[in-house]
Structure formats: C-alpha cells, structure tokens
Design a protein around this ligand. Structure first.
Ligand code: ADP
Length: 188
C-alpha cells in the first residue's frame, strides 16, 4: 500500500497530476474540494453547511473536513493506496491524517509539494475561469483562496519537512515532465 499527499496552492496542477497518478498507480483519489462540491451540488446537510464558506473562498473548519475525510477512508477499506489531493490544508488536518493512517496500520509514504509561484497560479486560474465557471474562481474569492493558502495551508510544509517527509517538484512546465518527476519520487 502506498499513500501519497499531493500538496500545492490552488491552480498548482494537483487535479491534472492526480488523474495521471491514479491511472498509473491505481490510487483511490480523495479530493476534499471535489467531495465538498459533490455535497453542495447534491444539497446534502453537509453541503448546506459548507456552501457559503466554500463560495467565499475560505477553508471549511477542520472538524467538518476531518470528519468527512474519515468517512471517505472508511468507505474504501480495500484500497491499494490513497492519493490525498487538497488535504491536509492545516496542521491539525495533517495530524489527524497521520493518526488515521496509523490506526489502519499504514502511513503517508510520500508528501509531494508542487512548487508554483503565486503569479503563475493567478494566471492559470484566470484562464480556467473562462472555461470551467467555478463559483470560487471569481477574482475576489480567488484572492481569499490564495490568501488562505499562504496564511494557513503553507504551515503544513514545515510539519512534514521537520519529519523529513517533504519532496518538492517544480510545478511549472510540461504536464508530462512534471508527471515524470512525480513518478521518480514514488519509485524511490
Ligand atoms: P483549490 O483550487 O482552491 O485548491 P479545491 O477544489 O481543493 O480548490 O477546494 C475548494 C474549496 O473547498 C476550498 O476553497 C475550501 O473552501 C474547501 N476545502 C477543500 N479542501 C479543504 C480542506 N482540506 N480544508 C478546508 N477546506 C477545504
């Protein structure tokens, strides 16, 4: 079993690379952003709780996010491995994830951060906005999301770094080249 965390700011390419990694390694993909979007789209009680928060570009409180993640793990007892995309975004989330892995006799084997500058991220999302129509890609909301990343989520990096678990991949360039760099880390 291999478990991997793919880390990076909004627009870093986590979604694109996740798809390729799942195809190659057969991970169960857990994207908390996709899960929250599913709940809001289907108007579930959880969806109703988080809709406003998400649409304004803020992080959903840890308690809600961690509970949803745990439920998702429990739904996949036979997974060959998990790819976590967009989780953890805070240190308490990272701690909870380690605990869940440990309780299941496993661990997070790789943490890979896609290193992309803020300028690149802004350009990419401006482009995506013209194609995808995500409510939280509007400019003021995007600013909040980027702000949440650089004020809160960034602190997850030293958490993994201090445990010598952090790998960084340069996230600007050809999609296939970035994918190759990710695969090289997973192989080691
Ligand atoms: P992004 O493009 O900003 O990386 P995501 O699709 O991963 O977007 O997430 C969309 C929104 O869902 C976030 O702005 C946040 O409101 C919520 N969200 C997703 N994952 C988490 C998380 N781990 N903790 C808190 N909120 C989250």
């Amino acid at each position: 079993m291999i478990n991997l965390v793919l880390f990076g700011p909004p627009g870093a390419g986590k979604g694109t690379q996740s798809e390729k990694l799942i195809h190659k390694y057969g991970f169960v993909h857990i994207s908390t952003g996709d899960l929250f979007r599913w709940h809001t789209k289907n108007d579930t009680p959880l969806g109703r709780r988080v809709k406003e928060i998400m649409n304004s570009g803020l992080l959903v409180p840890d308690e809600i996010t961690i509970a949803m993640l745990k439920e998702e793990l429990d739904k996949n007892p036979n997974a060959k491995g998990f790819l976590f995309d967009g989780f953890p975004r805070t240190v308490p989330q990272a701690e909870a994830l380690d605990k869940f892995m440990k309780d299941n006799g496993t661990a997070i084997h790789y943490v890979i951060a896609l290193d992309v500058t803020e300028e690149e991220v802004r350009n990419r999302i401006a482009k995506r906005r013209t194609i995808d129509n995500r409510a939280d890609d509007e400019e003021d909301k995007l600013n909040k999301r980027i702000n949440e990343y650089f004020t809160k989520t960034i602190h997850v990096l030293p958490y993994y770094e201090s445990q010598k678990r952090l790998n960084t991949v340069h996230g600007i360039g050809e999609v296939d080249q970035i994918f190759k760099s990710l695969c090289e880390i997973i192989k080691t």
